[in-house]
Design a protein around this ligand. Structure first.
Ligand SMILES: NC(=O)c1ccc[n+]([C@@H]2O[C@H](COP(=O)([O-])OP(=O)(O)OC[C@H]3O[C@@H](n4cnc5c(N)ncnc54)[C@H](O)[C@@H]3O)[C@@H](O)[C@H]2O)c1
Length: 439
């Protein structure tokens, strides 16, 4: 098939590349000329394991191309994926301006039937707005051309995006006409060779499914964070509690890790957007409101512990910080807890030496001008002369550090571990003061 992907960010680039990988011809469009120039030059704008090679391979095979030319991109694909950003508006609702701009562009240039696929995470009712936007632009042109609008939310995880796209747990497709259903079935056939993974449903249910999934995962995290904070006060170990409840198949082990709060480009904004959708329709989303409040507090949990140890005034204190990305295997800094931690420490007068194996450049960009923050070249040099180490992202390389070297580099052997990386008895046995979450 010939496919156009509108928006060449995390989702668009992965979607386009994986669709090319199975033999389709894909054109990725973006409004950002620098991004397209970089892609055309063989670089990629994000860190995602395996993606660069796959992009290169498919470009070389002539199946993947990049453009900023809207007319060319609309003409190209019989299927047009919309994979642009849907950031939160001021009231928390999803800002649809980019999605609707993409829809109008399709309407402005299309010459024959298109299947338009909403892959961006969009509130229930957006497909209707996309349909309307295309109808209006076609009417302005005085032409009558057929098209279908489909909802196909994306469930990939940054850091494992290719694996998730190539071997999805499920593919949710909200489509209500036979032609679109047939196209979507053909499009996804290569990704479900061993069993049926497509769940066809009505468009509104598909749109809601995406928010329901992220809201449920965020709820599990906030629930565990609150329980962890209580466990600390009660003298219980949340890690043992986690195993105790995870063994119940109705609960399961996944997504039960307490920590320094959830971040990233999805959970915070999707929880906000679902609360806003509820509000708009007269439903108070009480659980999700609490999930969000608990997460906001949890992002500062490590700082609370630092303050409990050293007092509110941290001037003259220097801290090492391991991990800046919102989670391992990505350089995504959107809503990363590290941003709150750094800000809170330096606002109390401390200085911070941070290390992240891939997100340092992106962190330097988003935290530009943060006085008191410097970046270390490697994990051990970040520790030099620090009063304590704070761990904010659970990169694999932090799992088994040389504790002797760590103690020698730090001014005092103190660790604030926001990701429960170590066995408390073991590190305390090595002479460290070890603060974890719920242990
Ligand atoms: N990042 C994730 O892990 C993830 C996972 C699932 C779903 N989603 C959803 O997918 C959507 C995209 O997320 P992302 O992380 O890929 O965003 P992103 O910011 O990385 O990429 C969006 C891209 O769209 C481009 N763009 C904006 N308007 C455009 C237009 N009119 N025409 C062409 N390009 C345009 C931007 O320049 C940008 O490059 C969001 O709705 C998000 O919630 C993201």
């Amino acid at each position: 098939m010939k496919i156009t992907v509108i928006g060449s960010g995390y989702v668009g680039l992965v979607t386009g590349t994986c669709l090319a990988e199975v033999g389709n011809h894909v054109m990725c469009l973006d409004v950002d000329p620098a991004k397209i120039a970089l892609l055309r030059a063989g670089g990629i704008p994000i860190y995602e394991p395996g993606l660069e090679d796959m992009v290169r391979r498919n470009v070389a095979a002539g199946r993947l191309s990049f453009t900023t030319d809207v007319a060319e991109s609309v003409a190209f694909g019989e299927v047009q994926f919309i994979a642009v950003g849907t950031p939160p508006d001021e009231d928390g609702s999803a800002d649809l301006q980019y999605v609707l701009a993409a829809a109008r562009n399709i309407g402005r240039h299309m010459q024959e039937y298109k299947v338009v696929v909403d892959k961006s995470t969009v509130p229930v009712g957006t497909a209707d707005k996309v349909r309307q936007a295309i109808a209006e632009t076609l009417a302005e042109r005085g032409v009558d051309i057929g098209y279908s609008v489909v909802s196909n939310p994306e469930f990939l995880k940054e850091g494992a995006a290719i694996e998730d796209f190539m071997k999805p747990d499920r593919i949710v497709v909200g489509a209500e006409d036979d032609l679109a259903i047939e196209r979507m079935r053909r499009l996804y056939a290569p990704f479900q060779r061993n069993h049926e993974r497509i769940l066809f449903m009505d468009v509104r249910s598909a749109e809601l499914t995406k928010y329901a999934a992220n809201a449920m995962l965020a709820t599990r995290i906030s629930f565990m964070n609150e329980l962890a904070n209580l466990a600390e006060t009660l003298g219980a170990d949340i890690e043992l509690v986690r195993q105790g409840i995870g063994s119940d198949p109705r609960i399961g082990y996944h997504f039960l890790y307490p920590g320094a709060g959830y971040g990233g480009s999805c959970f915070p904004k999707d929880v906000k957007a679902l609360i806003a959708t509820g509000r708009e329709h007269g439903h108070a989303m009480r659980v999700l409101t609490a999930v969000e409040a608990a997460n906001d507090a949890q992002k500062l949990r490590l700082v609370d512990k630092v303050v409990a140890e050293y007092g509110e005034d941290l001037s003259g204190r220097h801290f090492a910080l391991w991990g800046l990305a919102f989670k391992p295997n990505t350089d995504d800094m959107r809503e990363a807890p590290s941003r709150e931690v750094v800000r809170a420490l330096v606002s109390r007068g401390a200085t911070v030496s941070a290390y992240d194996p891939v997100a340092a450049d992106e962190a330097a960009r988003v935290l530009d001008g943060t006085a008191g923050l410097t970046f270390a070249q490697d994990m051990m040099s970040a520790l030099q002369g620090a009063d304590a180490l704070l761990i904010v992202t659970e990169w694999k390389m932090f799992r088994a550090p040389d504790f002797e070297a760590l103690r020698a580099a730090l001014k005092a052997p103190v660790i604030f571990d926001g990701r429960n990386m170590y066995d408390p008895a073991w590190v305390r046995g090595l002479g460290f003061v070890y603060h974890a979450i719920g242990r």
